[in-house]
Design a protein around this ligand. Structure first.
Ligand SMILES: Cc1cc2nc3c(=O)[nH]c(=O)nc-3n(C[C@H](O)[C@H](O)[C@H](O)COP(=O)(O)OP(=O)(O)OC[C@H]3O[C@@H](n4cnc5c(N)ncnc54)[C@H](O)[C@@H]3O)c2cc1C
Length: 409
């Protein structure tokens, strides 16, 4: 049974309420308890704000400001750092778009293999249904498919067991997460799976250990050490030529005033407000539904519902009458914008991921019709992404400057 009710409704008001409820826990209590996975309904040591932050129903700066206000920079440091990890991964993938392109190609190849390999098929079915016989893994698979959420530590253990103990292709695991996570994000998800696999920090995979699982699940699970692969070295056969080179950040055209404009709302950034739209000559507004693009396989209904509600909430907050578009045929976007008389589309910045791939297909059609795609890129991203070229350490070192430039300290 699917029950993601703990995260609904997908509105800014609900996100802010969750933020207020968790604010007193963002300090030393978070630093001490955040690794504990007490199971569905008991994730009180962490904020569970990720589905809201991922869509900017609540922004990174808002949650950091709340943490700093309640606890000060020293005690809130751990929480603030975790939020920065999100910006780091987003920036990292932005600077290495080829990693995403390779993931997509590799996933399609893995899915083709899956069709013809009956043994692999039955292993994947068992893993996704939580029927492997490894208690903790099975419980996490069921929690994910029924709630759309997993604790960070469970994600790490699960991915490690998937790759190294069960020996399953990492991209199929990443895709399983991406199809089900309400906070599913192309950067955080892909980079985290790569990190567990020993691809992000090459040759340093994450090893799931029985004592660690037993300790941080408060004894809910008591696996035996022999159940899990040990002395792992990571997926050293992948990317023998190393990482693709770091690219400059993609240049962005900002929305221009006095140009007939079609505004697109997407779940990439639901923090659009009336002030973003103030100077625009807006002719039409649409909510673009795109979360089905996360995978060639079926995406969890809860993910689709969350996006639908989040976009409706964004439109309502900005007082906008909207139409609905679904990212299926790119030509439909061009037809809609052209029918509205638009010369530019204004939308939140589209980071590397499925929607950017779809927009790349729409781009030549829009160009042919004389319609320019313009984007709002947020200051927060512009502050972090220049530093996301190597390890997280580089971003962490810049933390005081980033927080100060964002007006948070
Ligand atoms: C294999 C794997 C896959 C993951 N896939 C995703 C994903 O698709 N989307 C996603 O948002 N996060 C992903 N994460 C990161 C992390 O697990 C989640 O952000 C976190 O568990 C969300 O729960 P929370 O809101 O209670 O976090 P909290 O601990 O309360 O943290 C507050 C916020 O900080 C950010 N954050 C915290 N930890 C991380 C982290 N390690 N990396 C990036 N951001 C972080 C999130 O926005 C989170 O909401 C993944 C981690 C792993 C190991």
């Amino acid at each position: 049974m699917q029950d993601n009710s703990v995260f609904m409704p997908a509105t800014r008001t609900a996100g802010l309420q969750r933020l207020r409820n968790f604010q007193s826990n963002m300090g030393l209590a978070y630093a001490k308890r955040r690794n504990q996975d007490r199971g569905p309904g008991n994730h009180s040591a962490v904020s569970q704000l990720s589905p809201y932050i991922r869509r900017r129903l609540v922004t990174e700066t808002e949650v950091i400001a709340a943490a700093l206000a309640a606890h000060g920079p020293e005690n809130a440091e751990k929480f603030v750092q975790e939020v920065l990890w999100r910006g780091y991964f987003k920036g990292w993938l932005e600077r290495r778009p080829q990693v995403w392109a390779n993931y997509v190609t590799g996933l399609n190849r893995d899915l083709d293999t899956l069709k013809s390999d009956a043994a692999l098929q039955s292993k994947i079915i068992a893993a996704e249904a939580g029927e492997t016989g490894i208690d903790c893994f099975d419980a996490w698979a069921k929690e994910l498919t029924s709630t759309g959420y997993l604790h960070n530590h469970a994600r790490m253990w699960f991915a490690s067991i998937w790759i190294f103990t069960l020996g399953l292709p990492w991209r199929l695991g990443s895709d399983f997460f991406f199809r089900h996570l309400l906070d599913g994000d192309p950067a955080s998800n892909t980079c985290s799976w790569r990190w567990v696999a020993g691809l992000h920090t090459r040759g340093k995979p994450y090893e799931a250990r029985a004592w660690n699982i037993s300790r941080f699940t408060g004894g809910r699970f008591s696996p035996r050490e022999e159940e899990f692969a040990s002395d792992i070295i990571g997926l050293m056969d992948e990317e023998p030529e190393g990482l693709p080179e770091v690219q400059p950040l993609r240049s962005v055209i900002a929305p221009q005033p006095n140009v007939p404009t079609a505004v697109i709302l997407t779940e990439e950034d639901c923090s659009i407000t009336t002030s973003d739209l103030a100077l625009l000559d807006t002719r039409a507004v649409a909510r673009l539904h795109a979360s089905h693009l996360r995978s060639p396989r079926a995406v969890y209904a809860g993910v689709i519902d969350f996006e639908t509600e989040a976009l409706a909430d964004t439109a309502a907050r900005a007082g906008l009458e909207t139409e609905t578009l679904t990212a299926i045929e790119p030509i439909n976007l061009a037809n809609w914008a052209e029918a509205a008389g638009a010369r530019q589309i204004a939308m939140p910045y589209v980071p590397v991921g499925p929607l950017a791939d779809w927009m790349a297909q729409a781009q030549p059609i829009l160009e042919e019709r004389g319609i320019t795609v313009t984007e709002w890129r947020r200051d927060w991203d512009a502050l972090i992404w220049p530093h996301a070229t190597a390890g997280f350490f580089k971003v962490k070192k810049q933390m005081p400057e980033i927080l100060s430039a964002a007006g948070l300290t």
